[in-house]
Every structure is written in C-alpha cells, then in structure tokens.
Write a protein that binds this ligand. Structure first.
Ligand code: NAD
Length: 355
C-alpha cells in the first residue's frame, strides 16, 4: 500500500556556474538590505570577494565558523548580528559555515542564503547539530531551513581532491541510507538514486584532474543527496558515524567515507539496487579505493577499545535496518572498518551480503 509523508526543503534553489553573481538579486527578492557574510577563516578571501560583489547590500564578513557549531561561536556571532542590525545571513562554505548560519537563524529568525562550497548537504536539511561543553546534540526543526540556496560549481574548484572525495562519499552516504529509510517516499527514493548516479559518475574525475563537468555533476549530486538527508530518517551508517564523531572526535567526512562501504555491504540487498547499478562491476569498497579514500578508522584516530563501546551503544538502541542487527555483527563490522579490512560483498545476493 502506498502511504507517505513528504516534507521537502522550502528553499529556492539556483544552480549553475556563475550563479553566485545572482546573490544580490536573491537578497533583493527577499527584501534584504543588510546582509552579513559568514565563512571559515581559510575562506575569508572568498567571503570578502562575495561581500564586494554584494556592495551596499552587505555589512561585512564574519569569518569565524568552525566545525561542529560550538554554541559559544554562535552566541558571539548573534551579538555581531544584533549590533550591526543585520537583516540576512549569507553563508559561503561547507557544512560548518552553513551550520553557523542555521544556528543563528534558529536564535534570530533571519533570512539565510546559503552558498555551499562542499558536498555536505546541510543547506537543504532541517537538521542542526551544536556542540556545548564537548557534547554534540542534533535536532530537527523546519525553522532552520535556509531561505535560498545558490549552488555554483565554480566555487568547489578550490576544494582539494582529498576533501572533495571524502565530502562526496559523505553525500553518497545520505542517499544510500535514504534507499532503506523507514519513512522513504517515492520522491526521496528517486532523488537518492539520481544523487548516487551523479556522484558515482563524478567522483573518479574529482579524485584526479576534475573537469568543470565533474564539478557540476558532483555538486548536483550533493544537492540531491542533501535533500534526502533532510526528508527521511537516516539509519545505521549515520548512527555509527555520529557515535564515533562524538566519542572520539573523528573528522566528519573521513569517518563517513571509511564506514559507508561496510554498512552498504552489511545491508547489501534489493533496496540498494540503485547503488549497485551505478557502480557496475565495482563494489563500493573498490570504488572508494580507486578514489584513494581513507579506509581505516584507526588511521583517523579511533582507539581499538572503541569498537566494543560503540557496538554496545548501537545494539542497545538499534535503528530500523533492512538486516537484523546485534552486538556481535556490529562489532565485526566496526572491527573491519577500524582495521581497514575490505568487506566481502556479494551485492547480487538478495538476502543481504556479509560484512
Ligand atoms: P567544513 O565546512 O568544516 O569544511 C572543511 C574545510 O574545507 C574548512 O576548512 C573549509 O574552510 C574548507 N573549505 C570548504 N569549502 C572549500 C572550498 N570550496 N575550497 C577550499 N576550502 C574549502 O566541512 P563539511 O564536511 O562541509 O561540513 C562538516 C560539518 O557539517 C560537520 O560539523 C557536520 O556535522 C555538518 N553537517 C551538517 C549537516 C546537517 O544537515 N545539519 C549535514 C552535513 C554536515
């Protein structure tokens, strides 16, 4: 029986090379006149160029976004927003910068134009993760959806190959888990399959000498993958990565990159057909290896003792999953991911592969 609850992002989305030049037009359409540009310290120059392009519509650049949205950074930014009487935020950057924008919006209700420069996908989700006292908590609130998103593939050209690959695998993870989400919708499933196709086609080029077409395709895929992250409930893979990130402060996109082939192999079955179709004869581990992606959690700083801890935590509150989960299976999966042992997959097996 067909039955679903479809909740897409309400944001206006503009996509295309050079579309950043339309930021002023988008601000005017929103009735905004006093925008504050947000970015990270390494992207300050790019933020200043954008501020110059926005001219009188822009108050300046606040280049203090950092990973995991610490509450103290957000609160300092909110003070600047209030002091300067900003009426809009323009976030130029990856998930960390967009996250700062969302955290400010959650406190102020301002309009927010996001200009993503990685493949993380946060700009089209109602999710906000924040860190306080060393603890990261994530919640869902439609209030934090950005108002408009400008996807300009030219802005991703400066993203180094290694970061591009892990960011792309992070995006792929959203779409893979959308394929077996308990609240999947026909649109989310179609979107996920198209996002997977686009990223699988683009990432090999991105890992080598990316063409403008590779960059365009990867960002298009990232939009689709981010969209499904915002629409349906993520499962085992995101639970593992969230647990690992919180417990051991592992880097976000790299952790997703290492864990995904193991979860996909564990859950190999009919639901993942769009992934196997896109990969052709490759396994996901083989594909990631061709991209020179990281393969072992121990190389990212995870202690071996963490395997039993994370497996126990997940087994105690197991997410909905296409294949039954227990502590022993989780430990085996995590041990393989920790050591960098490729999963043994028979992706054609409709009953599920083995980790
Ligand atoms: P990031 O935003 O931290 O960026 C990583 C680094 O790359 C930074 O130093 C940044 O300055 C630099 N960078 C970004 N774009 C660049 C470019 N085009 N050229 C050169 N350098 C560039 O990394 P991320 O992986 O995009 O985001 C990770 C964060 O986003 C995490 O905190 C994660 O939890 C969050 N996230 C949230 C959601 C959500 O829906 N709320 C979704 C995905 C990720």
């Amino acid at each position: 029986m067909l039955s679903f609850d479809y909740r897409p992002s309400p944001a206006r989305v503009l996509f295309g090379r050079g579309v950043r030049d339309r930021a002023a037009e988008v601000l005017r359409d929103l009735g905004c006149e006093r925008a504050l540009v947000l970015t990270t310290p390494p992207q300050q120059k790019a933020g200043e160029r954008l501020a110059t392009d926005l001219g009188k519509l822009c108050l300046g650049v606040y280049a203090r976004a950092v990973m995991h949205t610490p509450v103290e950074v957000t609160e300092a930014a909110v003070e600047v927003v209030r002091d300067q009487r900003a009426d809009c935020l323009v976030s130029l950057g990856g998930g960390s910068t967009v996250g700062l924008g969302k955290a400010i919006v959650w406190r102020t209700g301002l309009a927010h134009v996001a200009i993503p420069t990685t493949y993380a996908g946060s700009e089209v989700t109602p999710l906000l993760g924040q860190t306080e006292g060393g603890r990261k908590t994530t919640f869902r609130d439609p209030k934090v959806y950005p108002t408009a998103v400008l996807y300009d593939p030219d802005l991703t050209e400066s993203l180094p190959p290694g970061l591009s690959v892990t960011s792309g695998m992070n995006a792929l993870a959203h779409a893979v888990e959308a394929l077996y989400a308990p609240d999947a919708t026909p649109i989310a499933t179609l979107t996920a399959a198209e996002g997977i196709r686009a990223l699988v086609a683009a990432l090999p080029g991105i890992a080598g000498h990316p063409t403008a077409e590779d960059r365009e395709r990867a960002l298009y895929g990232a939009w689709l993958c981010g969209s499904v992250l915002g629409q349906v409930t993520m499962g085992l893979h995101h639970r593992i990565c969230h647990g690992l990130g919180g417990a051991f402060d592992l880097p976000h996109a790299e952790t997703h990159t290492v864990v995904l082939p193991h979860v996909a192999a564990y859950n190999a079955g009919p639901a993942l057909a769009p992934l196997w179709d896109a990969l052709g004869p490759d396994t996901l581990a083989g594909f990631a290896a061709r991209l020179n992606a990281p393969t072992a959690l121990r190389d990212l700083g995870m202690p071996e003792a963490g395997i039993a801890r994370i497996a126990a935590e997940i087994a105690a509150r197991a997410p909905a999953n296409p294949r039954p989960l227990d502590r022993a299976a989780l430990e085996a999966l995590l041990r393989a991911a920790w050591a960098g042992t490729p999963p043994q997959t028979d992706k054609k097996d409709p009953t599920g592969g083995t980790p």
